[in-house]
Structure formats: C-alpha cells, structure tokens
Write a new protein. Structure first.
Length: 581
C-alpha cells in the first residue's frame, strides 16, 4: 500500500523536493557569486534566505494549487501558475532583504536572479519530466499507422493524450484543411487530398468530435481506413465511430448567450419531461441556469429518471397526463411557470394509426389544454415541439400535430407569446430507426428497411434541443420555426453504413414495404415561402390563419365524431391519409 499513489503522497513528494530545490539553488547561487569560496560573513544570510524562500514559495505554491496538478498532465497553463508563484516568492525575498539590510543580513543583489533562474529551471524540469518520459516511452513505432483529423490545437492535445497511455497508434499525419506544411508534436500536417496522393498505408483515423465526419467518410474509405475513431473530451476519450457521429450536423450558429438570457433564472414547465426530447430540453435548461424545473410526465419511470439526473437546480416531479386539465391547472396555480415547453405527444406513426382516439386526445386535446392554461395563468412564453410529419400529413400522427400547430399559431396575441418549432427525426430517440437497426445487428439478423427509396431528415438530440431553445428565445409569438436539418438521408444508405461500422458484412438489407401512414419522404415546409432569421439554421414558415373559435368547434366535433379521419381531413385539407402504401 505504501507505493499506492494518493493525493497526500503526491503533495508530500513535491513539497519535499521543492524544499530541496530551494536549498540547493540558494547555496549554488551564493557559490557562484563568490567563486565557490563563500565568506563566513554570509552564513546567516544563506540560512535566512533559504527559510524565507521555503516559507514563501511553498505557501504560494499551495495557495495557487500547484500541488494539485497531476504530474503526468503538467501543461502550459500549469506552467504559468508555477512561474507566477515563483516570481512572487522571489519578490518576498527582495522585500525581506531590503528590510533587514541594516542588520547583519546582507544578500548581494546578484544572488536573487541567480537563485530565481536555477530554481525555476529545476522546478519546471521536475514537473515536466514524467510527461516527457511517458510521451517518449509510449510512442510505439510498431503501432498501427494513424492519421489525426482535427484543428491544430485539438490535434496537439489528442497526440499528447494517445502518447501518454498504452496504445497501438502510430501517428503518421495530421489532416487539416486550413493549415499545411507545419509540424505539430513532431507530426506533419497535410490536407486530406494531399495525404491521399502520398499513398501512405493507414489503418486508423482518429477524428475530433467537432469535425463533420460524414463529409470525409467516403474519402477515408478510398484510403481503405475502416478503423475510424472519434476523440471526445479533448482527446481524453477515444471511441469507435458511431452512426450518430456520421450524421451529426454541428450547427455553426448556436447562440448560447441569447438562449441563456431566455432560460436563466426562470421557472420552466416541461411536459413530456422524461421523453427523448423532453429530457434533453431539461438538461439544456439546467445548463443555461433555469431557476426551477417543473418536470411533467405520465410515465413513472421516465419521470423518476430525469428527476434523479438533474442535480444543480431545483426540480419538481409531477406525474400527470396532459389530457387531465383539472390536475394540470392545479400544477399551474401551484408552481406559476414563466415558460412552458410542450414536448409531450404520441409520435410513433404505426402505433398512432392503431390508436386514433387516444392520439387525438393526447396530441390535440393535451396541447390545447396546455396552451389554454398557459394563456389563463400569464405564462410569458409557450413553446410547442412539432414535427416534419405535420407537413402535408399522410398519417394520423402528422394530422394531429398539424392541428396543434394551427391552434398554437392562432391562439397568439392573448398575452402569452406562443411559438412552435418544427424539425425532423432525432438520432437515438425511443422508437426511432437507429436503435432498431442496432438491435437487429446485435441479434445477427437482417436489417429491415421499409422501402429502397425512403428518406428522412436526421439531427442529434442535443443539437435539435439547443436550436429549439434558441428559436424560442428569438420568437415573439405566432411563428412556426423550422430547423435546418441538412439534406435528407436514404434509410438504405444509413443501414449500409451501420453494417459497415459493425464489421458484420454478412448482414443483408431486407425490404418489407411501407407501413400504414408512412410516406417515402418528409418535408419541413408546406410551401416554399419562408422567412429568414438572423440564424441560417432557423427559418420561419408562412403563417396559416384559422379562426380560433371555429377551430375550437372543429376540435369538439372531432372528439365526438365517428368518422374521425374525415373530420381530420376537413380541419387539415392537405391531409392525404395513406392506409396501406
């Protein structure tokens, strides 16, 4: 146990060595000053100088948390702190020497800079020694030829991290499209096209998580690189690439300041708080400094899970269903939310097709309840999460969400700013295609795709939720914001990439036919006219006027109607129900 590393042992180790360095550097400084023949007159000066520097330097090192720095991770920022503390301790020695100059304590002026530079050099050398040793030790010339694709700063960090641990990576190039003909950490920098021309055989590509991997995936295939890794957490974590990494959008116009100004110090009610979108909205609200989160969900487990996850702000877990207006109203009265974000909805197309009454109640009536109560109790802003399936819907789910859009847009101007945010599929949400494909691959069976030409828009959940909050922040009420989802992706191509990434190339793709209510492609706009915002990732759809009194009557008739599909088509004329495609 004596050789087991610990924080206390590390601090004692460095304190002892720092004291030894101070003693030796002070004595050497006096020796150099007097050509290795120090007059006995200066013996007391040596002792007082050592005592002053030990007390001042060790105290300052402790105050500046120099002793908290990991030996193997000592870097430039740590170096600045050590240099600053060393300078301050030397200044203390200067002050002590000046105050005691009239007594027998005499320090020649040249002693102070000599001691300072000797100490600083040895102190730094001690602290960088382990990192230099580990980096030299861990470079494995027999490892797999590896390219690192990243910005120069991130590439340097990634190289440092992979060299400090046992690995079989041997970096042969850094790929950067803006800077070439330089070296970083001893590795040459090329553009990807330049490196391809070199015809160097590589086995591994490590890509920084901020890079759009999908844009270079095909070029990596031309290099026959199948082992693709993603460096996360500044290179501390290197994992195999996932399909989510390939499809990540990485919007460049995220405005964290305007989102923070919208969220900070607000009491926020999130419906569907335990779902894929709702739970990420809650995490974002925590990150941006909400005062209190009212977590509302009718799933006991999902509600418990998100309530346990949110730690840094106050939360209230409310297990309610949005169709029960009386219970929801009690929640509004008790907690007085300033912002309401409505993510609760039934979204799974085939299930909704089989449960029309429940879908209309949950999606239409539930949304109407939350909007009406938000207006009644003076909520500042109401935000509804919508879907691309509401555009020219072919299924019940899309039609119900389109009614919700119409109700939200035409309930504005009553004291509450009501905005809607519409986007496509999010990666990894419950019931989505990617978890299904992963399960099929894990089970060793074929991947089932409904149609060879089916396409969908995709976005990562955190990216979508950040843009949802950003759009909500700039909304003044009545808008339907559209998130830029990039280009639609063919599901068969997605399936093929997942097979490639799994390495199970014997898995086949099986086409099973479109499901009820499913269409080949989704749209984000009903017509081509939209309004630009200051952010390229966010646009505004053209408004659709609908008399709110008539819409209320239509919804009442929808609830009591036996021919619900016909009534849905009456409210949403563009609804073209596809039962069996």
């Amino acid at each position: 146990m004596i050789f087991q590393p610990s924080e206390l042992k590390r601090k004692l180790f460095f304190i002892i060595f720092d004291i030894a360095i101070i003693i030796i550097s002070t004595i050497v400084a006096f020796q150099l000053r007097f050509d290795f023949d120090i007059p006995s007159l200066y013996n007391s000066s040596i002792i007082i100088s050592i005592a002053t520097l030990v007390l001042a330097r060790v105290s300052l090192f402790y105050y500046f948390r120099i002793y908290n720095i990991s030996w193997r991770h000592f870097g430039f920022k740590d170096m600045r702190g050590l240099v600053s503390a060393t300078i301050f301790s030397t200044l203390i020695l200067v002050i002590v020497a000046y105050l005691l100059h009239a007594s027998e304590y005499i320090v020649p002026r040249s002693i102070i800079p000599i001691e300072f530079f000797i100490s600083l050099f040895v102190l730094l050398a001690l602290r960088v020694s382990k990192r230099l040793f580990l980096e030299k030790k861990q470079i494995n010339p027999d490892g797999k030829n590896t390219i690192v694709i990243a910005t120069l700063d991130n590439a340097n960090t990634i190289l440092g991290n992979i060299n400090r641990v046992e690995s079989d990576y041997y970096p042969v190039a850094i790929i950067n499209e803006t800077t070439q003909n330089v070296k970083v950490n001893g590795v040459e920098v090329y553009s990807l096209d330049e490196f391809i021309k070199l015809d160097v055989k590589c086995e591994v590509a490590i890509i920084d998580e901020s890079i759009n991997i999908n844009s270079i995936y095909e070029k990596l295939n031309t290099l026959s690189i199948k082992n693709i890794k993603v460096a996360r957490e500044y290179g501390e974590e290197i994992k195999s690439v996932s399909v989510e990494d390939l499809l990540a959008r990485h919007p460049q116009d995220l405005d964290k300041e305007i989102t923070e100004s919208f969220i900070k110090n607000k009491t926020i009610l999130v419906t569907g708080a335990g779902g894929s979108i709702g739970s990420e909205i809650c995490r974002q609200c925590e990150k941006f400094g909400a005062k209190k989160l009212i977590l509302l969900d009718n799933s006991e487990y999902n509600l418990y899970a998100i309530d346990q996850e949110i730690k840094s702000i106050e939360t209230v877990a409310v297990m309610q269903n949005v169709i029960n207006k009386e219970f929801i109203e009690a929640t509004f009265i008790l907690y007085k939310p300033e912002v309401v974000i409505h993510a609760a909805a039934y979204k799974h197309v085939p299930l909704v097709e089989s449960n029309i009454d429940e879908a209309i109640l949950n999606n239409v009536v539930g949304t109407k309840n939350i909007i009406d109560l938000s207006i009644k109790y003076g909520v500042e802003k109401f935000v509804m999460i919508s879907t691309d399936k509401a555009v020219r819907p072919t299924n019940i789910m899309g039609a119900t969400k389109r009614i919700c859009e119409l109700y939200a847009q035409n309930s504005n101007d009553k004291g509450t700013d009501i905005v809607t945010v519409r986007f496509g599929n999010v990666l990894g949400s419950s019931g989505s295609v990617i978890p299904k494909f992963k399960a099929q691959i894990a089970n060793g069976g074929n991947i089932t795709v409904t149609h060879r030409d089916i396409t969908r828009y995709f976005m990562l959940i955190p990216e979508a939720c950040e843009l949802v909050l950003q759009a909500s922040a700039i909304g003044s009420g009545g808008e339907i914001f559209i998130l830029d989802m990039g280009e639609p992706i063919k599901i068969v191509d997605l399936a093929q990439k997942m097979i490639e990434l799994s390495g199970k190339l014997n898995i086949k793709i099986e086409f099973i036919g479109l499901r009820p209510g499913e269409k080949l492609y989704e749209e984000l706009l009903i017509d081509e006219s939209d309004i630009k915002t200051e952010y390229a990732s966010i646009t505004v759809a053209k408004s659709t006027p609908y008399d709110i009194e008539k819409l209320n009557r239509d919804i009442e008739e929808l609830l009591s109607s036996k021919g619900k599909i016909l009534k849905l088509k009456e409210i949403v004329p563009e609804f073209n129900h596809q039962k069996n495609l």
